[in-house]
Design a protein. Structure first.
Length: 172
């Protein structure tokens, strides 16, 4: 479901609206065409029970979307938000030198993803190797004009994080 709602809706003939929403019945049909027997009730349980709150259902339950992380063109209509003074980004140790030289870039995604919690950043970094957590001086970034957004699942989003705002967080 994440693949279809974030990256390749066209693989199953889905069309997302400008805010990333897709009709639930069409998503279920698309998943069925790929061999899934997911029901509307299953989908509602996935959305409600996802520990990372990756998805949202519309208030009337007829549409579903991913909350962030898209590589397809969507506008989530998130209002600018005042971030905590420090945010964190998890990465693999092998990428550290490059990041400290050039900063964090959004690459194929719409934003750089940050966390308010060190443990979350460590878990994200650990998905790709030995984790390293970077501390982001969000207060200084904000004071210097950077705009932050907060997704429905508490992921902090920003266009980029220049290296000057980064420091390695000691892991305890």
């Amino acid at each position: 479901m994440s693949y279809l709602l974030r990256h390749r809706p066209d693989d199953a003939g889905l069309v997302l609206d400008a805010q990333g929403w897709a009709d639930v019945d069409l998503v279920l049909a698309a998943l069925a065409s790929k061999g899934s027997s997911l029901t509307r009730a299953d989908l509602a349980r996935i959305v409600a029970g996802d520990d990372k709150r990756r998805y949202a259902l519309s208030e009337d339950g007829t549409r579903v979307r991913a909350n962030q992380g898209h590589s397809v063109d969507v506008e989530l209509d998130l209002p600018p938000a005042e971030p905590p003074s420090v945010l964190y980004h998890g990465t693999a140790e092998r990428d550290l030198a490059s990041i400290l030289a050039t900063g964090l870039e959004r690459r194929a995604r719409h934003h750089v993803h940050l966390s308010a919690v060190v443990a979350t950043a460590r878990a994200v970094g650990g998905r790709h190797g030995r984790p390293v957590v970077l501390r982001v001086d969000a207060a200084r970034m904000r004071a210097e004009g950077w705009t932050f957004y907060r997704s429905a699942n508490d992921v902090w989003l920003v266009d980029a994080v220049p290296a000057a705002y980064l420091a390695v967080e000691p892991l305890s």
